[in-house]
Design a protein around this ligand. Structure first.
Ligand code: ATP
Length: 332
């Protein structure tokens, strides 16, 4: 099997029952020591793939190697080589963080003394020293996620899988966890495979990103290249008077692809500078005053929208209208 890559999947399909296809020919390679982000809208197939990679589920077809071992025939060896933090892990919240880390270390074969030392070390590393002897049920969401991460790393696995590690956290805790994850990755060189619905998370953390939609990878590259390949500018306009937003939106929609986000309109165009002139003429003719206008390069959000037709989960959930522009496999 493929040892060159930490994770290698080739043409993986998964059917639930006879005819519900959740994965449709997924192929990807994750290099040793990188942070790989697996992105997609709800129901795209992220959890299904992560369950296959972590040996919790068999693929219907295709081949998968993790740490050089085959998921079908060498699942035990894979389990020794990976750490896993899935969503909603049913940990006993009556235990303390220290007790849980200790138990986990003992399960992985540490002696009593070594398990104690490892629990101490992880509590320190993950900023849980003071809370180590408190019951987990008293932990905040951020503390729980840090503990999940620490638990996944107890046995020094070379590869760790994190399923939506920051979902439900507020922005401050989310950014705190990113920092921690980056520190751990730099210190240990662990390969990280994470799923996320947060584009800014993938942008901030990941060396490479795979975008999945309807069970297929629709793009795979570095965040920078994905953004560059979109080859489009985005013009952002805000009307001076909120009452003008509908009029502005309909006006711009006549000739361009637009997305409305609260009282901002985003216009997608291959030529930002020349389109600005046309837009300004149109807006002046319609007697609409603007509070601001700016031309910006595309964000990863724009790439995601282009490829999946979905607005990603964001801090601004009140997107009123999204005119999806369909999938574009030329980005592949
Ligand atoms: N146990 C199951 N039985 C039948 N269908 C399933 C099962 N689990 C998932 N599915 C379906 O398979 C598809 C992929 O689901 P999956 O949970 O892998 O997506 P996801 O990208 O992880 O979504 P989310 O972000 O909502 O967790 C969906 O259509 C889902 O309804």
């Amino acid at each position: 099997m493929e040892k060159r890559y930490a994770i290698s999947a080739c043409n993986v399909t998964k059917y639930y029952g006879n005819n519900h296809q959740a994965l449709n020919g997924i192929s990807l390679d994750v290099k040793w020591g990188e942070i790989y982000g697996f992105l997609g809208p709800n129901g795209a197939g992220k959890s299904t793939l992560i369950q296959i990679l972590t040996t919790l589920m068999l693929p219907t077809d295709g081949s998968v190697s993790v740490a050089g071992y085959d998921v079908v025939h060498q699942a035990d060896l894979i389990r020794q080589s990976i750490g896993v933090a899935l969503q909603d892990t049913g940990v006993d919240a009556m235990l303390t963080g220290r007790e849980l880390l200790h138990i986990q270390a003992r399960l992985f074969g540490f002696s009593r003394l070594d398990a104690k030392a490892r629990a101490n070390e992880l509590l320190r590393q993950f900023g849980l020293e003071d809370a180590g002897d408190n019951r987990i049920k008293s932990y905040s969401g951020g503390m729980r996620r840090r503990l999940d991460l620490a638990l996944a790393l107890v046995h020094h696995p070379p590869i760790v899988f994190l399923d939506e590690p920051t979902t439900g956290l507020d922005p401050v805790n989310r950014i705190g966890l990113w920092k921690l994850l980056q520190e751990v990755q730099h210190q240990t060189g662990v390969t990280v495979f994470l799923t996320t619905q947060y584009l800014e998370e993938a942008d901030a953390l990941c060396d490479n990103i795979g975008i999945i939609n309807h069970g297929q990878i629709v793009a795979e590259d570095t965040p920078q290249t994905l953004k560059r390949r979109l080859k489009r500018d985005v013009i952002e306009l805000e009307p001076e008077h909120e009452a003008d937003i509908e009029r502005l939106s309909s006006l711009l929609q006549q000739n361009s692809e637009t997305v409305r986000d609260r009282n901002l309109i985003r216009v997608f165009t291959p030529h930002g500078a020349s389109t600005v002139t046309n837009i300004l003429n149109q807006v002046a003719a319609a007697h609409i005053e603007l509070a601001s206008l700016k031309v910006a390069p595309p964000t990863l959000d724009d790439v995601f929208l282009e490829l999946t037709g979905f607005q990603s989960t964001s801090e601004n959930p009140t997107i009123d209208s999204v005119r999806a522009v369909g999938s574009d496999t030329s980005l592949l």
